[in-house]
Design a protein around this ligand. Structure first.
Ligand code: PEP
Ligand code: MG
Length: 587
C-alpha cells in the first residue's frame, strides 16, 4: 500500500452511520446483462433447454439460500419478496414459453429467455392495476438472475463470498440494506442521500458504518479497490497509503475502545449532576433491534417505525401478524414502554406495496396519518394490533405528521371503534393506552397548545420538522449545508412545543435525529425535554454528556442560545460552552 502513495484519494460526504471500517470496494452492479441472439443447430436444442433448466435450478438454490440468510439475520417478516421471486421461477409459463421459443425459433437459451421476458412485460404493461403492473419488475429481476447464472455472472453483489466488502452504489433502498449480510458487508458508500434519509437511519440502526451523498464516487472507484470508511466524519479513502492505513487502524481501535468504555455507562442512571432524571430511549424499525437498546442502556422504545413491516412484500401484514410483532416488542422491552407509531409511508419511504397514485410532491402528499385516515380498514387493523399488544407489556401509540386537531379527533374516533370491536369480540387489550402525536409540521408547532389538550404526549420529529420549517428536502445531498438543526426557527419551535406540553402537563419527547446528537443535549435539556429517543448506539454517548450537565446551567444555556440570529452563531456559542464545560464528553 505504501508504494501507492500517489494513488490515495480522499472524499468527503455525509457521515450517515458512525464507525471505521477497512475493506474492499464492491460496486453494486445493477446494469442489465447484454444478450446476443445466436442461431443454433437443431441438434443443439436439447442442450440449450438443459442450460435454461440448470440456470433456473441454480437461481432457485441461490434464492433459497438468500431466504435462509435473511430469516436468520433479519426475521421472518421480510421474506415475502424472496417468496415472490421463487414463485416466478416456478411458473411453468416462464419455462414453457422459453423452451418453445428455443424449439421453434432455433435460437440460444439466453435470447429465448429475453424474448419470453419481453412477452411477459408487454402483457403486464397492459394491466390497469398499478400493483400488478409493478410485478413485471419482479419478473425482470428474476430473469436477470437466471441470465446471470447462465452466463456465469453472479447477480447479488451484497452476498459475495470473502467478506469485508464495502458496497459502493448510486443509491441503496432500505430493502437493499435489509438484505445485507453483516458478516460479509462491513460498510457502504452511496452517491445519493442525506443524514436523515431512511437509508441512513436504517444503517445506523443496524450499526453498519456508512457515508452517503458522495456524488460521482462510482466513477472514482473500481471493484477490489482498498477503501477506508470513516462513517462518523463522512470520509472515504480510496487506496490508502501505508501511513493513512496505520492512522485509521489506530483510529478504529480507539473508536472501538471508546465504544467499549461507553457501554460501561449502561447501568448508570440518566441524570444530571444536580439530580434531574430524564429518560433515554431507542428508535427501532425492527423488533430485532430491541436487544441493542437494552445493551446500550435504553429505557424503552421511544419510536417504533412500523412501516418497515409493510414494505418489500406483496400483501399487507394483517392484524394477527402485526399483533404478534408488536406484542413481541412489548414483551422484549418490558417493563419499559414501547411507543408504536402508526404507519408513516410516503415521502422518502417506500409506498409501492400500497396502491397509491404517483404524486408530484410526495413529502407534502398523502403521507402518514393522511394515508391512514383515507384507508380506515388498514388503519384500524393496525390500531387493533397495537391495542392488543398493550395487553402484553407497556405500549403507547402515536400518530405521525399531524397538522391539525381534526386529524387527531378522527384518528381517536377510529381508535375508539377499534376498541369497541375488540371489546365485542372479548379480545384483551389495553383500555387506557396512552395516545400521542408526532410534532413535525410547522402548523403543529404553531397550534401546539391546542393539540396538547387532545393527547397524552408529544414526540418531536425533528427530521421532518427541520425539513418542513426550513423547506429543505431532508434527502437532498445538495442542500445538506442548509439543513440546520440549530436554526433559530427550529430552536424557537422546540421551545414552543415544550412550553405548550408543560402548560398542559403532558409528556414531551424528541425522537428525531437531533435527540441522538450529544452536542445538542445541553440545549434540549435546557429547553425542557425530559425524554429523548435515538438510535441505540447514541444512548451511552448522550448519557455521558447528561451525567456531566447541570439542569440549571442547561436552562441558562438554552435561554442564551435563543438570543442568536443564525445557526452558525448558536453553533459557535454551543461550541464555546461545550469546550469550557463538557469538552471531554463530546467528540
Ligand atoms: C422525524 O421526522 O424526525 C421522525 C422521527 O420520523 P421519520 O424520520 O420516520 O420521518
Ligand atoms: Mg417524520
Amino acid at each position: 500500500m505504501g508504494s501507492e502513495k500517489n494513488n490515495t484519494r480522499i472524499f468527503h460526504g455525509v457521515g450517515a452511520s458512525p464507525g471505521i471500517v477497512i475493506g474492499e470496494a464492491r460496486i453494486a452492479d445493477r446494469s442489465r446483462v447484454a444478450v446476443v441472439e445466436v442461431p443454433i443447430d437443431p441438434a443443439e436444442v436439447p442442450s440449450e433447454i438443459k442450460r435454461v433448466r440448470k440456470a433456473l435450478d441454480e437461481t432457485k438454490a441461490e434464492l433459497k439460500a438468500l431466504k435462509e440468510e435473511i430469516a436468520e439475520n433479519k426475521g421472518l417478516e421480510h421474506l415475502y419478496v424472496i417468496d415472490t421471486h421463487l414463485l416466478i421461477l416456478e411458473d411453468s409459463m416462464l419455462i414453457g414459453e422459453t423452451v418453445q421459443c428455443i424449439e421453434n425459433e432455433k435460437i440460444n437459451a439466453e435470447a429465448a429467455l429475453k424474448k419470453t421476458l419481453k412477452k411477459f412485460k408487454e402483457f403486464f404493461e397492459g394491466i390497469e392495476d398499478e400493483y400488478l403492473r409493478e410485478r413485471s419488475g419482479d419478473i425482470e429481476t428474476v430473469v436477470e438472475r437466471v441470465l446471470r447464472n447462465m452466463l456465469g455472472k453472479r447477480h447479488e453483489p451484497f452476498l459475495e463470498s470473502g467478506g469485508r466488502v464495502i458496497i459502493v452504489a448510486h443509491d441503496l433502498s432500505p430493502a437493499d440494506i435489509l438484505q445485507i449480510d453483516k458478516n460479509k458487508v462491513i460498510g457502504f458508500v452511496t452517491e445519493l442521500g442525506g443524514k436523515t434519509s431512511h437509508t441512513a437511519i436504517l444503517s445506523r440502526s443496524l450499526e453498519i458504518p456508512a457515508v452517503v451523498g458522495l456524488e460521482k464516487i462510482l466513477s472514482e472507484l473500481s471493484n477490489g479497490d482498498p477503501v477506508i470508511i470513516d462513517g462518523k466524519n463522512g470520509v472515504v479513502i480510496v487506496n490508502p497509503d501505508e501511513q493513512t492505513f496505520r492512522d485509521y487502524l489506530q483510529n478504529k481501535q480507539y473508536y472501538e475502545y471508546q465504544e467499549r468504555e461507553l457501554l460501561k455507562l449502561r447501568d448508570l442512571p440518566a441524570e444530571t449532576v444536580d439530580g434531574y432524571r430524564i429518560s433515554l430511549k431507542g428508535n427501532v424499525e425492527f423488533v430485532e433491534e430491541i436487544p441493542s437498546i437494552r445493551k446500550h442502556g435504553g429505557e424503552g422504545v421511544g419510536l417504533y417505525r412500523t412501516e418497515m413491516l409493510f414494505i418489500n412484500r406483496n400483501s399487507l401484514p394483517d392484524e394477527e401478524e402485526q399483533f404478534r410483532v408488536y406484542a413481541e416488542a412489548a414483551r422484549q422491552m418490558a417493563p419499559f414502554p414501547v411507543t408504536i407509531r402508526t404507519l408513516d409511508v410516503g415521502g422518502d419511504k417506500f409506498i409501492h406495496d400500497l396502491n397509491l397514485d404517483d404524486e408530484l410532491n410526495p413529502a407534502l402528499g398523502v403521507r402518514a396519518i393522511r394515508l391512514s385516515l383515507r384507508q380506515p380498514g388498514i388503519f384500524k387493523s393496525q390500531l387493533r394490533a397495537i391495542l392488543r399488544a398493550g395487553a402484553f407489556g407497556k405500549v403507547r401509540i402515536f400518530f405521525p405528521m399531524i397538522s391539525g386537531v381534526g386529524e387527531i379527533r378522527e384518528a381517536k374516533a377510529l381508535l375508539d371503534e377499534a376498541k369497541n370491536e375488540l371489546r365485542e369480540a372479548c379480545i384483551p387489550f389495553d383500555e387506557n393506552i396512552e395516545i400521542g402525536i408526532m410534532i413535525e409540521t410547522p402548523s403543529a408547532v404553531i397550534i401546539a397548545d391546542l393539540l396538547a389538550r387532545e393527547v397524552d404526549f408529544f414526540s418531536v420529529g425533528t427530521n421532518d420538522l427541520i425539513q418542513y420549517s426550513l423547506a429543505i428536502d431532508r434527502t437532498n445531498e445538495h442542500l445538506s449545508e442548509l439543513y440546520e438543526p440549530l436554526h433559530p426557527a427550529v430552536l424557537r419551535s422546540l421551545k414552543m412545543i415544550s412550553d405548550a406540553a408543560h402548560a398542559a402537563d403532558i409528556d414531551v419527547c424528541i425522537c428525531g435525529e437531533m435527540a441522538g446528537e450529544p452536542a445538542y443535549l445541553p440545549i434540549l435539556l435546557g429547553l425542557g425535554y425530559e425524554e429523548l429517543s435515538m438510535n441505540a448506539v447514541s444512548i451511552p454517548k448522550v448519557k455521558k454528556v447528561l451525567r456531566r450537565c447541570s439542569r440549571g446551567e442547561a436552562v441558562t444555556l438554552a435561554q442564551q442560545a435563543l438570543t442568536f440570529s443564525t445557526a452558525a452563531e448558536v453553533e459557535s456559542y454551543l461550541q464555546s460552552q461545550i469546550t469550557a464545560r463538557y469538552s471531554e464528553s463530546i467528540d
